[in-house]
Design a protein around this ligand. Structure first.
Ligand code: FAD
Length: 468
């Protein structure tokens, strides 16, 4: 390739981390190239992650609501399901967003290089397109944003009826009986979709409960509402083997809630976590250290051990979330441009876009207990929310955790419809060191679900006698 193709910044990978870094760097006046192996920008999140899953979740949520509205006096005929149209809608959503990204790259004069990128030395990356010769580009700085892929359980056979999240998002068919291996957010979101389409679910989780990371009181509300979707919720249980037969995938379990006989499934979704792509980019040729598991360690400015090479997003560690990748991307691009940017976010919100949604941010109650942090809490049950009752969905609650001395907000959790949209106020409160009075005395519009956050703060203020 031509040796004089040179950029201030080369970004490797065009997911939320990569495109955000490229755009910010370009906005700061740097000459930028963005390398992506696929023709479509957006990475896992836009193509096979956040966005298609939410498109499908939206579709089935409307269908389920239409079914439930009979209780409110309006009834529809039984729904018919057209998987082709569902896929078409989802693909349209992706296409809108990824083509928007391509336009934004063009507008900013970011050069998109399509092909697999690998380091050649500390200042060069070779880009190998699907066809034709590789071209080598020179960089002043590089940002590694190569993301992650789903973990494959080695003992599961190769079979079309065993899929990861990417396969499940393709909606190959509606299984009568589906197994979700791994009770985390991704598995439970996909389970929500398939269950709404008519599948019976089993879930198996090695740890003691589903949706690890969230407080148990939040998860309990979700679980109560969702129990009817499941035949078996196998926590403290392992999947040990599987056999692909003509009549289905037969899976054997071991542990506290394992059935003694192998079980038959029409579709098996493996959702046991994601592993970083650090091993596939020849990082060693640039001198960048990669851990055994494929993670790349960085400092607060997202610098790797090689000072002019940065890394961001899933490849630098947990939590593997798009909004974390975007935030890190901005830090890296600004640091390269000479700004004093650091990753100093106190908290990163988590959301399970299940039905109801479960969202949490900052300190959790379980964590406070485990670490002996003295907290007080304010709780507002949605059974007392006019809006939640009017919506016919009053099963949720909103919880805020306060420092026992200063009454500053340390975290919070919400379970209920739209919890993911509501949690931002709690994140802002933590970032701004707001206390119970700040939130409780802020006038929230009535009647809204967001009001429940003000009410939770007031519930605490009401019992609290030594307000600062
Ligand atoms: P990625 O999005 O993984 O992008 C990396 C890019 O680098 C890819 O496009 C890849 O093709 C490219 N690449 C890798 N190696 C090379 C190479 N050598 N050469 C060229 N290109 C390369 N997160 C949320 O915050 N909210 C959600 O609702 C959510 N839902 C999810 C649902 C599912 C089903 C899944 C799987 C994930 C979900 N996530 C969600 C996680 C989210 O997708 C990731 O955290 C996010 O995509 C990480 O961004 P990234 O930029 O680090 O990497």
């Amino acid at each position: 390739g031509s040796a004089d193709e040179q950029y201030d910044v080369v970004v490797l990978g065009a997911g939320p981390g990569g495109y955000s870094a490229a755009f910010r760097a370009a906005d700061l006046g740097l000459k930028v190239a963005l390398i992506e192996r696929y023709s479509s920008l957006g990475g896992v999140c836009l193509n096979v992650g956040c966005i298609p899953s939410k498109a499908l979740l939206h579709t089935v949520a409307v269908a389920e609501e239409a079914r439930a509205i009979v209780r409110h006096g309006i009834s529809f005929a039984a729904p018919t399901i057209d998987l082709d149209k569902m896929r078409f809608y989802k693909e349209g959503v992706i296409e809108k967003l990824t083509s928007g990204l391509a336009a934004m790259a063009k507008m900013r004069k970011v050069t998109v290089l399509t092909g697999v990128g690998r380091f050649v030395d500390p200042h060069h990356i070779a880009v190998q397109p699907a066809e034709g010769a590789a071209r080598t580009v020179k960089f002043g700085s590089a940002i590694i944003a190569a993301g992650s892929q789903s973990v494959k359980l080695p003992f599961l056979p190769q079979d079309q009826r065993i899929v990861d999240s990417t396969g499940a998002l393709q909606l190959p068919f509606i299984p009568k009986k589906m197994l979700i291996v791994g009770g985390g957010i991704i598995g439970l979101e996909m389970g929500t979709v398939y269950s709404a389409l008519g599948a019976r679910l089993d879930v198996v989780e090695m740890l003691g409960g589903l949706m690890q990371g969230a407080d148990r009181d939040l998860v309990k509300v979700w679980q109560k509402k969702n129990e009817k979707r499941f035949d078996r919720i196998m926590v403290d249980t392992k999947t040990v083997s599987a056999e692909a037969r003509e009549d289905g995938i037969w899976v054997t379990f071991e542990g506290a809630n394992a059935p003694s006989e192998p079980q038959r499934y029409d579709l098996v979704l493996q959702a046991v976590g994601r592993s970083p792509n650090g091993k596939n980019i020849d990082a060693d040729k640039a001198g960048v250290q990669v851990s055994d598991r494929g993670f790349i360690a960085v400092d607060k400015q997202m610098r790797t051990n090689v000072p002019h090479i940065y890394a961001i997003g899933d490849i630098v560690g947990q939590p593997m979330l798009a909004h974390k990748a975007v935030h890190e991307a901005h830090v890296a691009a600004e640091a390269i441009a000479g700004q004093k940017s650091y990753f100093d976010a106190r908290v990163i919100p988590s959301v399970a876009y299940t039905d109801p949604e479960v969202a949490w941010v900052g300190l959790t109650e379980d964590q406070a207990k485990a670490e002996g942090i003295a907290v007080e809490k304010g709780v507002f049950p949605w059974a007392a929310s006019g809006r939640a009752i009017a919506n016919g969905r009053d099963e949720g609650f909103t919880k805020l955790l306060f420092d026992a001395q200063t009454h500053r907000v340390l975290g919070g959790g919400i379970v209920g419809t739209h919890a993911g949209d509501l949690i931002s106020e709690v994140a802002l409160a933590v970032e701004m060191c707001a206390d119970a009075v700040d939130i409780g005395k802020t006038i929230h519009p009535h009647p809204t679900l967001g009001e429940s956050i003000g009410m939770a703060a007031e519930a605490f203020e009401g019992v609290c006698t030594d307000l600062p």
